[in-house]
Design a protein around this ligand. Structure first.
Ligand code: 1GP
Length: 237
């Protein structure tokens, strides 16, 4: 029996900051998986997220299986689409795009995921997903055809996150989008974290160790690094 969520809660309680490396399966071949896993092992990552807005390939199961043989870190699906559900992972961030008003990303994909999830052993973690404007149109915005919350609209981000908590989400993810020009503001992170009781994930546009530290110190429980590690697997060395 997995306890991924309980482990996140325990870390929050103990003020232990978490770090996920996001792997976009579209950009990682089977051949590259072993080397990538070795780089992840020698990084401070506590979690691996895997998924992407546009991935539709067929090697996801194999990719995760290789990563699982090489690392002990929990692997969570970060799905852009129900086709990205893989039973090779440990869990799934079951995302509702609460910042948007597209029913496909609020409930439709979720209904279409039920058969695969019922057959899987994945730990399902209901996650309120909020896209925040990071200075340029990102893949999430394009694919979901939704508008992000404005960069400075701390009040709306907080209310959306809080509504997510009231709806029973177990995590809130503030997302500036992969490769965002600017990450979610520290002011927004601070305000949201002070006013919700569930753990907060922050990702998108975070490109340096200093920024990871700043976002953690602003209150994020888990920071996600995708592009910076993708571009430089020695990022943490
Ligand atoms: C994207 O939050 C993640 O979904 C990571 O973003 O690729 O900009 O690190 P980056």
């Amino acid at each position: 029996m997995q306890n991924l969520y309980q482990d996140i809660l325990r870390a929050k309680k103990n003020h232990q900051k978490l770090l996920a490396i996001l792997i976009d399966p579209e950009k990682v071949s089977i051949e590259a998986a072993v080397t990538l896993s070795e780089k992840i092992i020698s990084s401070p990552a506590t979690h691996i997220f895997i998924g992407g807005s546009t991935f539709s390939g067929t090697h996801l199961d194999e990719l995760i299986a290789i990563i699982k043989t090489k690392t002990q870190l929990p692997v969570l699906i970060f799905p852009g689409h129900p086709s990205q559900i893989s039973n090779e992972a440990d869990g799934i961030l079951f995302l509702s795009l609460l910042s948007g008003r597209n029913p496909e990303y609020l409930i439709e994909h979720h209904i279409n995921s039920v058969d695969a999830l019922e057959k899987s052993n994945l730990e399902i973690i209901p996650t309120g997903y909020l896209l925040i404007d990071g200075g340029k149109e990102t893949a999430v915005q394009r694919v979901s055809q939704t508008q992000p919350i404005e960069y400075g609209n701390v009040e709306l981000a907080y209310k959306t996150a809080k509504a997510g908590e009231f709806l029973g989400k177990k995590l809130i993810y503030l997302e500036a989008g992969s490769g965002a020009e600017k990450h979610v503001s520290l002011e927004m992170v601070q305000f949201v974290v002070q006013n919700i009781n569930i753990p907060l994930i922050v990702g998108g546009g975070i490109r340096s160790l200093e920024k990871i530290k700043e976002v953690h110190e602003a209150g994020a429980d888990l920071v996600v690094i995708g592009t910076a590690f993708e571009n430089n697997p020695n990022f943490f060395l």
